[in-house]
Design a protein around this ligand. Structure first.
Ligand code: ADP
Length: 636
């Protein structure tokens, strides 16, 4: 093993080297985030010391802690100091010598081709970002409780060195030697107070410790500029606090613009895009909390993978106590990002205790309600936005209903949207408001696309009646409706259902009689189809098409398709019914063949069945035999 001597150059681990290269070559606009990263590290270090002080009764208070930024234009240095917990020699080595823990790098490895720049924009890259603007970084640190200080130094290229150093108090001082200006890159900016102030306000305004900087001002020299005397100015150094220290969610809504909310979202939740909506609420009463919630425009890259973890950040009086509190969000709203800050929660609450915390449950319920209300508002007032939202996350809501066996129905049914024969999309409420006077059911048809559904023979009769049909194009749709059963008492009815509730009793009687007349033929066909269909029937719903397939029981043909596409789903079979249009010439032909040529009647049954499958978008068992049989008939 390599001996660790003071001062000698250590090489960076391979993956750190690669990240460094990536960062140094990243586009300029990303470089400025280095300041945010270093300030946030300093703030974390002070949090750690503060927690330690609470645990061990050290008597430190937050007001003792601060971050200081100093600029030296001539030496080209920017220095960030904190009086936080500091680092031991080992910590300097381990924490600043590798970056492998950071999730961003694992992601980069899996997506070798992903644009390097994206990674830097989307994830915090921590301490290493300093090398985007610095040609050399020096860290002097003294860990709390230690009497020794160390200096870590690196020019970012090959490696780093660690040696003994002098430092009075615990904490860390990071000095960046800022790069010289290059063709299109102006690094001098980072040495100007104006730019630093701007960056702190933009990225670190809510940091709860003061970020201080000595700023030079010109001031009128006393006794000049009055009584006709010429004005003279002198320089004065003023220590300014650059951040407001008020977290954005504690600010009044009237103080905040959409851009502020969006910027905070992008910084905090590593998204490149503005969110679709933000929800900023302050609630007092049963539970007291403020929440800042966001609905992303796009699903995170891992949203539909097992790795995705839902949750909101949890703060207690402005101090973060948990990065991802899953209990604050139901699964069907797992796409929501954001944070909750409540005075009702204790700072030192453990994860296990939190799970049973009554207060937290009340907050979670209340948050769920705000999300739902916001979505309803969006549906009503910004339909296009809502449709976009629903396209991205609607499936999650439908799963929410399905997975809970319909238990979440009343919470979620008003949020659902479906494509419709009316064109565009509709909610249940809108559909019901358009229902015809004599219409009993909410009709739906399933298929892989709108055009496919529109050409389904089964829709003919319902369409003829002028009833609207919901188009279920998502695989979960029909399962979801089955769990729901009805909307405010209006039952759902598949256009393939046995009784569509359209025919008058007289018509029904007529059909029944016709069916009895053809019973022998239908029994014969059912038998010849050898268990592939449960029955052959006269169709009430077909107007011009010869045949179609419908089903009986819980499982529809469309559901069979979905299930058989899933692992272990092959066994799922719908109870199929072959329906024949009594007014179509083929029906007369079948009757005739049944009397004159039974073999041919059996062939016709087979062909018609396969045709019905094809119309439905189902595979046929033996395509070769099917086409041969058709050719035989054609050749005659
Ligand atoms: P991250 O902050 O995501 O863990 P960084 O690369 O920013 O990654 O920092 C690595 C580690 O170095 C931190 O987790 C922390 O332990 C340590 N560190 C960085 N800056 C400081 C600091 N100012 N004071 C004390 N420890 C620090």
């Amino acid at each position: 093993m390599e001996e660790k001597k003071n001062g000698s150059l250590r090489e960076f681990k391979a993956e750190s080297k690669r990240l460094l290269e990536m960062m140094i070559n990243s586009i300029y606009t990303h470089k400025e985030i280095f300041l945010r990263e270093l300030i946030s590290n300093a703030s974390d270090a002070m949090d750690k010391l503060y927690f330690r002080s609470m645990e061990e009764n050290l008597g430190l208070t937050r007001s003792d802690m601060q971050i200081t930024i100093a600029l030296d234009k001539d030496a080209r240095t920017l220095t960030i100091s904190d009086n936080g917990i500091g680092m031991t020699k080992d910590e300097l080595e381990n924490n600043l010598g590798t970056i492998a823990q950071s999730g961003s790098f694992a992601f980069k490895n899996e997506n070798e081709k992903a644009d390097d720049v994206d990674i830097i924009g989307q994830f915090g890259v921590g301490f290493y970002s300093a090398f985007m603007v610095a040609k050399r970084v020096t860290v002097i640190s003294k860990a709390y409780g230690s009497d020794k200080a160390y200096m870590w130094q690196s020019d970012g290229a090959e490696g780093y060195s660690v040696e003994d150093a002098e430092k009075e108090d615990c904490g860390t001082v990071i000095t960046l030697e800022i790069k010289n200006n290059a063709d299109e890159e102006n690094y001098d900016e980072f040495l100007t107070p104006y730019k630093i102030k701007e960056l702190v306000r933009k990225y670190s305004d809510y940091i709860r410790y003061p970020i201080k900087m000595d700023v030079e001002h010109e001031k009128l020299k006393e006794g000049t500029g009055v009584d006709g005397k010429e004005a003279e100015y002198e320089k004065e150094i003023v220590t300014e606090t650059l951040n407001s220290m008020v977290p954005i969610w504690k600010k009044a809504k009237s103080e905040l613009k959409d851009e502020d909310y969006n910027q905070f979202y992008k910084d905090k939740f590593y998204d490149y895009n503005d969110p679709l909506v933000h929800i900023h609420t302050k609630v007092e009463g049963n539970a007291t909390y403020s929440a800042l919630l966001y609905i992303p425009e796009k699903a995170p890259f891992d949203y539909y993978s097992k790795n995705f973890e839902k949750g909101l950040q949890l703060y207690s009086s402005g101090v973060m106590i948990m990065e991802k509190c899953a209990d604050l969000l139901p699964d069907y709203f797992s796409f929501v990002k954001g944070l909750v800050d409540s005075e009702d929660l204790s700072l030192n609450i453990s994860r296990e205790m939190l799970q049973h915390d009554r207060q937290l449950k009340i907050i979670a319920k209340s948050i769920e309600k705000s999300i739902k209300n916001e979505l309803k508002k969006l549906m009503k007032n910004s339909r296009e936005k809502y449709e976009k939202f629903f396209e991205t996350f609607g499936a999650q809501i439908k799963y929410g209903i399905y997975e809970s066996y319909g238990m979440n129905k009343s919470e979620l049914q008003e949020l659902l949207l479906f494509k419709t024969s009316n064109g565009g999309t509709t909610s249940f409420e809108e559909y019901v408001s358009r229902m015809k006077e004599d219409q009993k059911y909410i009709y739906f048809a399933s298929g892989s696309s709108v055009s496919r559904i529109e050409s389904l023979p089964q829709t003919e009769q319902v369409r003829d009646k002028g009833y609207e049909i919901l188009y279920l194009t998502d695989s979960v749709d029909e399962f979801c409706l089955q769990m729901m059963h009805d909307f405010n008492g209006k039952e759902f009815k598949s256009v393939s259902a046995d009784d569509l509730g359209i025919d008058t009793p007289e018509v029904k009687e007529e059909i029944k009689k016709a069916e009895e007349d053809s019973k022998a033929l239908f029994d014969f066909m059912t038998e010849k189809l050898g268990g592939k269909v449960k029955a052959v029937k006269l169709s009430q719903r077909l107007k011009s098409h010869p045949v179609c397939i419908t089903s009986e029981g819980m499982l529809s043909v469309e559901m069979e398709k979905v299930l058989s596409a899933m692992p272990n789903g092959e066994g799922a079979k719908a109870e199929k019914i072959l329906e024949i249009n009594p007014n179509h010439a083929i029906f007369a032909k079948l009757k005739e063949l049944y009397e004159s040529d039974k073999d041919k009647a059996a062939d016709y049954a087979e062909i018609l069945y396969n045709q019905a499958l094809l119309i439905e978008g189902m595979p046929i068992e033996n395509p070769v035999e099917f086409s041969n049989k058709i050719c035989e008939i054609m050749a005659k």
